[in-house]
Design a binder for this molecule. Structure first.
Ligand SMILES: Cc1cc2nc3c(=O)[nH]c(=O)nc-3n(C[C@H](O)[C@H](O)[C@H](O)COP(=O)(O)OP(=O)(O)OC[C@H]3O[C@@H](n4cnc5c(N)ncnc54)[C@H](O)[C@@H]3O)c2cc1C
Length: 381
């Protein structure tokens, strides 16, 4: 089915993202794995090419695109190359900027946005804590007012871009008596005394992304680093999670499509019992099912992307796109590994890494269970 969500401008932008992937990312793929992170030089190159400031207005050094379709195009192209790279760039360029653009003061926008768009400052967002991520309203990190500062204590874990991030949006409890209404967002910056990081976490997949623990020991954070109103942090996150989730759905679908396409090429070549393994009826049918499932998924995700670009996507529809695409992606990649036989279990084959990389999509940014909880609640259950 032809896709009709993207126009000529989006396709021209796609060509430039592809060119960046070929030139700046592909030759360094092994370096990212070895370093467990994306080199700062690559962030700067991405910034120079205008890939990190799509959501940032022009007066603050961004592209001022104000059209989520461009973000979706970038997410697709990065995911086709590598899921971890897509996640790191996505957190920095799609997830974090809206907090500052929508909620930041003029001084904060001028201080951070131009350097974020340039790739000079790497950004992350820290919600999850060692004691739990699904029940965000129960977070334990505290921020206590002291004059013009806030004193932050606690810890976060599994934070993407957490190790090399220069700016981390941290959700902290400012009023213990108010539950979700007692949470406020702060920007923590590298170099603040008492703000330390653990090691880069050793993950099952997505080795290229830097995922870290963060520790806050009496960190003095100026009130000038508070993002948005006191007590409005939880609402700010809930309002922006649909964008993160539809972005995840875009990445999940593109990633699975890419690996399926590579698998189809493989099974045309690989022979068993004198014929290509893809021509056995069982395998042909499996592949036909996967292609169909992905195309149907793509249609729903495209509709969500279009709705989000118009400001009409509901949190519940974003949840549907996120859990469904994650499930389909994982189902498809598992079958792709099977079609590669033993090679599918070897790290030197992209399919093996992609299969490991995909596993987390059912967990992060709100697990599949939490997505279904949101959908069920919306149905009055
Ligand atoms: C690679 C990676 C990168 C990440 N990046 C970030 C990041 O940048 N920033 C950030 O803040 N977080 C990040 N996360 C954290 C991620 O969002 C959390 O892991 C996720 O929200 C789940 O929280 P948890 O791990 O504490 O699991 P828990 O909340 O302890 O849940 C454990 C299990 O119980 C299930 N469960 C919980 N509540 C319910 C319920 N009500 N009904 C049914 N089942 C339920 C969950 O679905 C899950 O299966 C990242 C995680 C990973 C692995």
């Amino acid at each position: 089915m032809p896709r009709n969500v993207y126009g000529p401008d989006h396709e021209a932008f796609r060509a430039s993202v592809r060119e960046f992937v070929e030139r700046s990312l592909k030759p360094r793929a092994e370096d990212f794995i070895a370093a467990k992170s994306i080199d700062r030089a690559v962030w700067l190159e991405a910034g120079k090419q205008g890939l990190l400031g799509l959501d940032i207005p022009e007066e603050y050094g961004g592209a001022g695109a104000d059209d989520f379709l461009f973000n979706a195009v970038a997410a697709e192209e990065f995911s086709k190359f590598n899921a971890a790279v897509s996640s790191c760039f996505g957190i920095h360029a799609d997830v974090c900027p809206p907090y500052i653009v929508d909620l930041g003061t003029e001084e904060q926008k001028q201080r951070w946005l131009p350097r974020m768009a340039a790739g000079e400052l790497i950004c992350g967002i820290a919600m999850t804590e060692p004691s739990g991520g699904s029940d965000l309203a129960a977070l334990k990190t505290t921020a206590v007012r002291d004059g013009d500062d806030w004193v932050v204590n606690g810890s976060k874990t599994f934070i993407t871009n957490g190790y090399q991030g220069d700016l981390i949006i941290v959700a902290a409890r400012t009023d213990p008596s108010k539950g979700a209404k007692g949470i406020t967002l702060f920007m923590l910056e590298t170099g603040m005394e008492g703000f330390t990081r653990g090691r880069k976490l050793d993950k099952v997949g997505q080795e290229e992304s830097d995922t870290a623990e963060l520790f806050f020991d009496n960190v003095r954070v100026p009130d000038a680093n508070r993002i948005g109103e006191e007590g409005r942090g939880f609402i700010a996150m809930m309002e922006r999670l649909p964008q993160e989730r539809v972005g995840a759905a875009v990445s999940n679908t593109a990633h699975a499509f890419q690996i399926l396409a590579e698998t189809i090429e493989y099974v045309k070549e690989r022979k068993a019992f004198g014929q290509p393994v893809g021509t056995f009826q069982h395998n042909k049918f499996k592949i036909a099912e996967m292609q169909t499932k992905l195309e149907v998924t793509q249609a729903y995700v495209d509709d969500c992307v279009a709705a989000h670009a118009k400001g009409e996507l509901t949190a519940v529809d974003a949840a549907k796109a996120k859990w469904w695409s994650a499930q389909v992606q994982n189902d498809v990649l598992d079958e792709c590994v099977q079609l590669y036989g033993g090679y599918g279990f070897m790290n030197e084959y992209r399919v093996a890494r992609a299969w490991r990389d995909a596993r987390v999509t059912k967990i992060w940014a709100g697990s599949n269970e939490i997505m279904k909880e949101l959908i069920g609640r919306d149905l009055g259950l």
